[in-house]
Design a protein around this ligand. Structure first.
Ligand code: PPS
Length: 566
């Protein structure tokens, strides 16, 4: 695609001013974080040829056969999901102001269609599964609003960025930079992880193969849960940049909300890089892979993304540079593509899990694996566990013994530890943080989200949070785990005391009231409790005292390294 065919959706300053005045009288939707990233790439042309959020016809066509209705190739549905309440206030033909969380209107959407999608069918079409271990599926099934609004966008302004401004470029800006530098062919490298020696080797080879300059184009929008935060990653990328010949390579940050859709996502990434002016795109092993299913098997085959790319390459307007895994061959003291390595050669590798273990335990990193500057950056972000904050999150029925064990654990940690430690017990939270909430599913979810928010702040600041709510719903527990794990440790303790024992104790008299119908939605009686599938620790106070249960948790914390060096 040449510069003449490419366009963005931003109107000129005069028109933007006029439209801003009009927004006073328009319905207004506060964009969710994922939607802000989508709007940014729609407006700046990163999602060209899309002219807005998909309407119903294009959505069906993209889900079923990877094309818009007009025949253009497009592999991932870009949709605007809104609440039922909001959907009731708008109709076809209306103009809707899309607001950034800071309050400014980024764009006006003209409503072309309004529909209730089938998320399970979408999950199958786009992700090839409805298994919610897949983070993209989990989000789609649990966090999307129920109504989709499609329509073209008039762009008024791009979302502001306060970090690394110098490394951010719109497609237009990047195309201009390439032109200025005389870069005719550019190969793009997509990543959501810190880069080590293998990545540098791979990208240098890709650049040589394609006889092209190199664009390091990491995603700094939303990536996969548990990924390294982008601030730390960008500091690493800056270090890595020094290992390329000068004038050959450039770093730019991509504000994309990834979906982890494997093969479809690889093609989407390719189109985006074409829009940013690149001619080639590296597709490696397990591109945009969401990790393994709970049975240990992968969601997608290692080279499915390359196969799908090959099939549609003509239509994508960008050429794939395929790679197999890079491995370090000890005898030759160099990296090679695994496909080129002799069967008898001794190959060294270090998995991501092993790398994280070594960081966590403050152990040496082999020099063939990474650069010392990158390792020190990551060590700053991930100090050994003994210096990290962590959350112990109890879950279990009312009367199961959560609070009693949590109090014993609190006392023990205070005895042995210097870190500030806070107990967020169910009742304490209900009194201080959530006094206006009841026990509907919606209110319980909000209650746990609040607890999760406070615990994640405590963990981030390297303290210890002990939470002890009932937390009967698995989905919100998972979200809390994901948000806290970004900042430190998360230990889920399932207090598995059976219902009949809790009911027999009935310390607060609630079970008797619930059986008599005097309290409604009581967990375990007329409201469900979803037991955790993979808790870190399970204790049952029908056979353990509170002291014994607390000891079991302390032993787990010690084994995992949380109690080292305090
Ligand atoms: S939740 O679901 O996590 O938000 O519940 P939680 O905030 O932990 O509940 C705190 C205490 O409220 C009492 N209580 C109820 N529990 C469950 N269901 C209903 N309907 C209900 N109504 C009041 C109950 O005693 C909880 O405290 P614990 O310490 O668990 O006994």
């Amino acid at each position: 695609m040449n510069d003449a065919t490419f366009c963005d959706l931003l109107v000129g300053p005069e028109r933007a001013k006029e439209s801003k005045r009009e927004t006073i009288s328009l319905a207004s939707w506060d964009l969710l974080p994922r939607q802000v990233w989508d709007v940014e790439l729609l407006l700046n042309g990163g999602f060209f040829p899309l002219t807005g959020f998909l309407n119903e016809g294009d959505y069906a066509s993209v889900c079923q056969n990877l094309h818009l209705q007009n025949g253009e190739f497009w592999p991932v549905p870009i949709t605007l999901d809104v609440s039922e309440e909001f959907a009731e206030t708008i109709s076809i033909g209306d103009r809707v102001a899309l607001r950034h969380p800071e309050g400014m209107v980024l764009a006006i959407l003209t409503v072309e269609s309004l529909w209730r999608p089938d998320p399970v069918a979408e999950a199958h079409a786009v992700f090839g599964t409805e298994n919610d271990k897949h983070p993209g599926v989990f989000e789609l099934l649990n966090q999307y609003n129920p109504v989709y609004v499609g329509g073209r966008l008039e762009g008024l302004e791009l979302p502001p960025h306060h970090t690394f401004q110098i490394l951010r470029h719109t497609p237009k800006e990047l195309r201009q930079i390439f032109k200025k530098r005389g870069w005719q062919k550019v190969v793009a490298f997509q990543t959501r992880n810190p880069m080590h020696q293998a990545h540098v080797e791979l990208t240098r080879r890709a650049s040589a193969k394609a006889e092209a300059n190199l664009l390091l184009h990491p995603v700094v929008g939303r990536t996969s849960p548990g990924d390294v935060d982008y601030y730390s990653r960008v500091r690493c990328y800056r270090q890595v940049l020094k290992h390329y010949p000068e004038q050959t390579t450039m770093l730019s940050l991509l504000p994309l909300a990834m979906r982890m859709a494997g093969p479809r996502e690889a093609l989407w990434h390719g189109i985006i890089r074409r829009n940013y002016g690149c001619t080639h795109f590296i597709v490696g092993r397990h591109h945009a892979d969401p990790g393994n299913q709970s049975n240990g098997g992968p969601f997608y085959g290692a080279y499915d993304a390359q196969d799908l790319f090959k099939k549609h390459e003509e239509q994508l307007g960008i050429q794939m540079v395929p790679f197999s895994e890079m491995v370090y061959v000890e005898d030759l003291a160099q990296y090679m593509e695994s496909s080129d390595v002799a069967a008898e050669a001794k190959v060294l590798s270090l998995s991501g899990t092993e790398f994280r273990r070594r960081l966590r335990e403050g152990l040496e990193m082999p020099s063939w694996f990474s650069y010392s500057e990158v390792v020190s950056e990551l060590r700053r972000t991930f100090p050994p566990r003994g210096q990290q904050g962590f959350t112990v999150f109890f879950t279990g029925l009312s009367g199961s013994g959560k609070s009693t064990i949590a109090n014993v654990l609190l006392a023990k940690l205070m005895e042995i530890n210097h870190r500030p430690t806070t107990l967020l017990d169910g009742d304490i939270v209900r009194k201080n943080l959530s006094s206006e909430l009841g026990f509907s599913k919606e209110h319980r979810t909000l209650n746990i989200e609040r607890i999760g928010f406070v615990a994640s702040e405590i963990t981030k600041n390297r303290g210890i949070a002990i939470c002890a709510p009932i937390a009967p719903h698995a989905a919100v527990r998972r979200r809390v785990r994901e948000s806290i794990s970004l900042h430190g440790g998360f230990v889920e303790v399932y207090v598995a005391t059976p219902l009949d024992v809790c009911e027999m104790r009935d310390r607060k008299g609630f079970y008797a009231k619930a059986r008599a119908g005097l309290i409604k939605n009581f967990t375990g009686i007329d409201d469900p409790y979803e037991a955790p599938e993979h808790p870190d620790v399970t204790v049952d106070t029908s056979c353990l005292s509170a002291d014994q249960a607390a000891q079991k948790i302390l032993l787990f914390l010690a084994k995992e390294g949380y109690l080292e060096g305090v």
